[in-house]
Design a protein around this ligand. Structure first.
Ligand SMILES: [Zn+2]
Length: 226
């Protein structure tokens, strides 16, 4: 609603590009059962929507004051959200297990902070689609490379925060790793590492807010209107 009110159909088109492309990519059958951690990747609860969309909503509010800047922010933050969503989805097709960014340690599929070549390529593709629609809607070609790069590096930031800071838990009842304080079986989990208060939604939120910050900086340097 905020994106539409501040950046009209232009921002709406970017929002649609994010939702439609993320939805379509998740429907491609890949024949690999989700293993390892909680199958949370298809989760689309309200927290996840806030985590991915809050920065774009702020961009929508900015659009009420400065339309061009608002659209620039909406496109960049949604490119970041798309990069993360696509990385998660395409990463599940990976024939090789993910590795933690920087340390290179191999981790079970679905682990936050784990990266695969397939997921990384998916992140770039997702960011590119959203950035492309934003660049066309805004009539600002430079937004294509800018938002693609911001989206891609937001995914790298997301993976870094996920690997270093996100809380990791263990369910004693099910004897499996979990990313949640309460496992889906209903049992309280025990913390193994990371910050207990920082979950995947928090990491997504931080990464998209950082994307917004990067967009704000690039607006003044690179946009035709900044
Ligand atoms: Zn459990």
């Amino acid at each position: 609603m905020l994106v539409l009110s501040g950046t009209r159909w232009h921002g709406g088109a970017v929002l649609a590009a994010f939702f439609v492309s993320s939805n379509l990519i998740s429907r491609i059958p890949h024949g690999r059962p989700v293993t390892g951690l909680d199958p949370k990747s298809d989760r689309r609860d309200h927290w996840q929507v806030y985590a991915n969309g809050a920065a774009a909503a702020i961009g929508g509010i900015v659009g009420l004051i400065d339309f061009g800047l608002g659209l620039w922010l909406v496109t960049s933050t949604l490119a970041a959200a798309a990069a993360d969503t696509w990385a998660t989805t395409v990463g599940r097709w990976s024939p090789v297990p993910p590795r933690l960014i920087w340390s290179g340690r191999s981790v079970p599929a679905g682990t936050s902070g784990g990266m695969t070549p397939a997921g990384t390529a998916g992140a770039a593709a997702g960011a590119l689609i959203v950035a492309g629609i934003g660049a066309v809607a805004a009539g600002m070609p430079v937004l294509l490379p800018v938002a693609t790069l911001i989206g891609f590096f937001a995914m790298v930031t997301d993976s870094t925060l996920g690997a270093l800071l996100q809380g990791r838990f263990y369910c004693e009842t099910c004897k499996v790793a979990s990313e949640w304080r309460v496992h889906r079986c209903g049992s309280q989990t025990t913390r193994e590492s990371g910050r207990a208060w920082l979950n995947n939604d928090g990491v997504n939120f931080l990464a998209t807010v950082m994307a917004g910050g990067a967009a704000l900086v690039t607006w003044h340097w690179l946009s035709p209107q900044g």
